[in-house]
Design a protein around this ligand. Structure first.
Ligand SMILES: C[S@@+](CC[C@H](N)C(=O)[O-])C[C@H]1O[C@@H](n2cnc3c(N)ncnc32)[C@H](O)[C@@H]1O
Length: 245
């Protein structure tokens, strides 16, 4: 039996859905109502929502949605606050709003971007600004934070340092597009093993997962470890889970 998830047939199907939606919008004019109506048909399916709203997290692009569904489905009905860094056209904010029926969805972008719709809030600012990050942390606790902003290494690290504490117990912090860790031009990346990249951040967190054992023999060092219960690393994307208590 062929696998549907990740299959060429599925990607082709979602490309066809996107094409049909784009064609319909050419005839009707850009209409959010059409997207909202389509979104409502299958709100628990992130591949569907990504295709409806045109997010590049979808099956036909980065393919992050399968990972998101796997880790976030358990949070769906309880999540109250979701924050994504990087809005662009607002596709993912709309997707999260539909996927999490009870959540207020916040987006931060360096550009002023309006995303219409209920339960969506947009904020303007630079993700590397510590004062802004402190204000965002105060808006938490966040059930989910996604960093899909500049993807500059120093920004990814500053955002994690400023916001991770504000993730709710059992919530997730997600870093997208980690391949930029290897891109020097414009992204401050470099060769494998270099410090100061999102990949090196994840490497450091592995001691945090094992902090109970590290603590026994190295209490001073262990105090400095980040409390994290799960680190799930895939190509280009990482999911970090905050301890439940
Ligand atoms: C990849 S797009 C976001 C896509 C969106 N999350 C989605 O999935 O539909 C990246 C966004 O990050 C924003 N950005 C770039 N540098 C930033 C910074 N320093 N602080 C906040 N946002 C930034 C850009 O303006 C752009 O809209």
């Amino acid at each position: 039996m062929t696998r549907w998830h990740g299959s060429r047939a599925r990607n082709t199907t979602y490309r066809a859905i996107i094409k049909a939606r784009v064609e319909a919008e050419k005839k009707l004019g850009p209409t959010l109502t059409l997207r909202h109506l389509l979104g409502r048909l299958n709100r628990s399916n992130l591949s569907w929502l990504a295709a409806v709203y045109g997010s590049d997290k979808g099956a036909a692009s980065h393919g992050y949605v399968d990972h998101y569904e796997r880790y976030l489905t358990g949070l769906r009905s309880n999540a109250r606050r979701v924050l994504e860094i990087g809005i662009y056209r607002g596709a993912s904010l709309q997707m999260w709003r539909d996927f999490f029926p009870h959540a207020e969805v916040y987006g931060l972008d360096i550009k002023e971007i309006e995303v219409p719709g209920s339960r969506i809030h947009t904020l303007v600012g630079d993700q590397s600004d510590p004062a802004l990050l402190a204000r965002l942390a105060e808006l938490g606790p966040w059930d989910l934070i996604i960093d899909d902003g500049s993807h500059k290494q120093s920004h990814v690290l500053a955002t994690f340092a400023g916001l991770y504490d504000s993730v709710a117990p059992g919530g997730y912090y997600v870093i997208e597009d980690m391949h930029t860790s290897y891109w020097p031009n414009g992204y401050e990346g470099g060769p494998p093993g270099m410090d100061g990249t999102s990949v090196s951040l994840i490497r450091g967190l592995l001691d945090g997962v094992n902090r109970r054992y590290a603590m026994r023999d190295y209490p001073d060092a262990a105090n400095a470890l980040t409390p994290v219960d799960e680190v799930h690393l895939f190509e280009k994307i990482a999911f970090l889970r905050k301890p439940r208590v």
